[in-house]
Design a protein around this ligand. Sequence first.
Ligand SMILES: Cc1cc2nc3c(=O)[nH]c(=O)nc-3n(C[C@H](O)[C@H](O)[C@H](O)COP(=O)(O)O)c2cc1C
Length: 410
Amino acid sequence: MTDLSSKRVVLGVTGGIAAYKSADLVRRLREAGADVRVVMTRSATEFVTPLTFQALSNHPVATTLLDADAEQAMGHIALARWADVVLVAPASANFLSRLARGAADDLLSTLCLATGAPVAVAPAMNRQMWDNRATVDNVTLLRSRGIYIYGPAEGMQACGETGPGRMLEPADLVRRVTGLFATGRLAGRRVLVTAGPTLEDIDPVRFIGNRSSGKMGYAVALAAAEAGANVVLISGPVALPAPPRTRRIDVRTAQQMHDAVMAQIGAQDIFIGAAAVADYRVAQAAEQKIKKDGQALQLTLTPTPDILAAVAALPDAPFCVGFAAETEAVAQNARTKLAAKGLDMIAANNVAVDGIGFDADENALTVCWRGGARELPRAPKDRLARELISLIAERYHETHTTEDTGRTHR
Ligand SMILES: Cc1cc2nc3c(=O)[nH]c(=O)nc-3n(C[C@H](O)[C@H](O)[C@H](O)COP(=O)(O)O)c2cc1C
């Protein structure tokens, strides 16, 4: 499986003969759906021109750290934060040494230090350089720090020698990068996610809605699918395409969402309620468009079904995760909701903070469960979704047996 849909890849290219292969690597990463930004060391630009990578990635190539213009556009910290993964291919012996000693003396090394994303390197060098004790020690150290070492492969080398030191083929590297996201933590589990707003009709042309874009719920559905789950996504009206490898059921109102959830819930191991479900609907929606007559108009609102609470109260309820949008006392309100609705976990966000939450690309979550909590600091929603899914998988496996569907012990 080589699906990197919506993944942001920083490709670092260092000074080695194999740099020419990275042109093909950019093409393949993009074919797999990744958004790619290339960063080159100064030496790398002696082997392949930045123009080649710019044309293939469709973005300017970053080469220098101390460049005021580049810092204004997408500086080293912005790039470090932007990345879902940093792949250095080819990684020269020199670069491995700089990475091992924590150097921050050019853009690529600084970025590798500054990023919270996984860093993977694909070494490529003469076999003597690879076997040299210094390189062996550097690689051991890097591996122990959690850096992924991809390859090298054995074979005929540019220098005419044969042995280990060839960069892995681009297709193999794409497969391995994809594998970083396909964690398998929820392999075989069935996960139901709700996302987006619900819209409650006032008359045939007007409705009551909310500002949910569905981005968080869609990111959670994709992350669950990448973790190996079989995902059903029940979605209110949003402007997003269905995430790959998920089955989407479209609904409009809270009642429809409730009914769709209840029709699917029997088969599910985990329920994640990320939708912003309307709490009220208009008691009697008008059959014809309400005419404007300059007078005050009163609407009588009636509560909608509480989907989360209904699911959590089922006799054989799945592991239930709720979302809470709060504007104050986030953790405290989340804990109250966790207990009141009988949930297994709740992910709360402060929608009063500018730039995160509703209709934004970033979010920050306070995740609470009985006896524990974790802060997931501000990050793009897709990365946050992956962290949340790992946390859900961790808690789910702690509270359930691994046999069968796992719906035996709560
Ligand atoms: C023709 C040529 C080919 C080279 N190929 C490699 C290589 O495949 N792997 C490597 O580690 N170094 C190779 N080097 C040496 C690196 O280019 C050199 O160590 C450089 O300083 C690496 O800089 P960087 O790590 O900042 O990119 C080569 C040098 C030359 C002149």
